[in-house]
Design a protein around this ligand. Structure first.
Ligand code: GLU
Length: 470
């Protein structure tokens, strides 16, 4: 970066009216990456001016969602509502410079004019008082409206959308300060972005029209306009607007479903940004490579299969001690007791192969439960059917064979079972099936010898004898 270029400052500016949904999370990620990629700053502003719809609960959910995703912001989160005095100050300055004016119209008058204009096929710009400031009544409440340019046009060279032009005649004289003295979003966003030194605004393309309404404020104040990058929205797999059914859920729902933050980051990155054909992109690579130019111009499609496949990739990159904290509390709920040291030790051995077969964290906690069940373990109906007058003595004898083993590893365990089967002239399956049922109670399990190795000699033999004796 050359020294005469301002440092890059981005921001994420959610309205706290609900959870941090997937589209917001992606916007936050892109802003974060762009700042981190350029040694800039990533700021967080909570747009809580709509006091009726904003809630502390939503603010907490947004902060928690960002933290879970690992998107750390610089400095403190800024509350837009707390800056209302500054917004009023700018509204006043715009009034004094003649770029804004007082509007004394009542809601009824405005509605009437709007209806009349519509009936005549015309556009109402809210401009009843635009040219009547000399007639301003005394002691009458007023709102402040922006005196929008009427002639000409504005062009934004958007970093994603390219060059976009809007005729100024299409811009209404929007309210910047309501008659109760509260600033509108349209004013607050510009003042805050300016004061926060934001250089790049990366947000959903549902805000592109707003950018044109915000430009005249920058111009009137003599402030330089930030760069814009308006990202296309996320659609469902069917190409329709993303709905709850498609996955338009809060980030917390993805955490609950058992996705890892790194998988989510990778997924959200690819959902609208590309680097050649790369699908698996680590966060460090994303920071190295991220740019605005490679954001796609078309809407992206949300796809659960893709998150699953990325998640199973990232699950496999974690070692057992990294994985354990992710599944611990879900597992303790399943087994209904706190993990003992012995069980933890078993899990540290079991987790790598459990992660191999898993898509989401609950797949792992569910398959890990068998290592923590307390004897005598519960049996599924199907498992219980394995124990007959014929199989019980077999299980008892295998238990004795295994007890004699002096080295406890899957190789020796397997050899011992196979030679037992051979000596009795039994098909291996005839021995393995009841053994598996006795050891797992009918839960899904992988390689039998490995399961035995992980359970340990004492526990395995005890589980076998529980069924042999029953
Ligand atoms: N608060 C706006 C929203 O949540 C975003 C405004 C902006 O990014 O400029 O949609």
């Amino acid at each position: 970066m050359t020294s005469d270029m301002p440092d890059i400052v981005t921001r994420f500016a959610p309205s706290p009216t609900g959870f941090l949904h997937i589209g917001g999370a992606r916007t936050a990620l892109y802003n974060w990456l762009f700042a981190r990629a350029n040694g800039g700053k990533f700021l967080l502003r909570i747009e809580d001016t709509d006091t009726k719809r904003s809630t502390q609960e939503a603010i907490d959910a947004i902060l928690k969602g960002l933290q879970w995703l690992g998107l750390d912001w610089d400095g403190d989160a800024i509350s837009q509502a707390s800056r209302a005095d500054r917004h009023r100050e700018i509204a006043q300055a715009l009034l004094e410079s003649g770029n804004a004016y007082k509007c004394f119209a009542t809601a009824e008058e405005l509605a009437e004019k709007r209806d009349a204009a519509r009936a005549g096929g015309e556009r109402f710009r809210g401009d009843i008082w635009r040219d009547k400031q000399a007639e301003a009544p005394e002691n009458t409440p007023y709102s402040i409206r922006m005196k929008m340019p009427r002639e000409g046009a504005h062009t934004i060279v958007d970093r994603v959308q390219g060059s976009v032009t809007v005729q100024n005649a299409e811009l209404d004289d929007m309210i910047i300060l309501r008659s109760d003295g509260t600033p509108t979003y349209m004013l607050a966003v510009v003042v805050d972005d300016y004061d926060m030194g934001v250089t790049h605004i990366v947000r959903g393309d549902d805000h592109l029209n707003n950018a044109f309404r915000q430009l005249p404020i920058y111009e009137a104040m003599g402030w330089s306009v930030p760069e814009y990058a308006h990202i296309p929205l996320i659609h469902g797999p069917d190409g329709k607007k993303l709905s709850k059914r498609h996955g338009a859920l809060g980030v917390d729902a993805y955490e609950d479903m058992g996705f890892l933050p790194e998988a989510m980051r990778n997924y959200l990155l690819r959902l609208g940004w590309s680097h050649g054909d790369d699908e698996i992109i680590s966060t460090q690579e994303a920071i190295n490579w991220f740019n605005l130019e490679n954001i796609g111009k078309g809407p992206s499609r949300f796809d659960f299969d893709k998150i699953d496949s990325l998640n199973s990739h990232y699950l496999r990159t974690l070692n057992a001690s990294e994985l354990l904290p992710y599944i611990k509390s879900a597992l303790e709920n399943l087994i209904d007791h706190a993990l003992s040291k012995t069980e933890e030790a078993r899990l540290l051995k079991a987790l790598p192969s459990l992660a191999e077969r898993a898509k989401r964290l609950p797949d792992i906690s569910e398959s890990a439960a068998l290592y923590c069940d307390i004897r005598p373990i519960a049996l599924t109906d199907k498992a219980a059917k394995q124990f007959t007058d014929e199989t019980r003595p077999v299980i008892a004898d295998v238990a004795n064979e295994l007890e004699a083993l002096t080295s406890w590893n899957s190789e020796d365990i397997k050899n011992s079972i196979m030679s037992f089967a051979e000596a009795r002239d039994l098909k291996p399956g005839k021995v393995m099936q009841p053994l598996r049922a006795a050891l797992t109670g009918g839960k899904q399990s992988g390689d039998l010898a490995e399961t035995l190795e992980i359970l340990g000699q004492v526990e395995s033999i005890a589980r076998l004898r529980d069924q042999a004796a029953a």
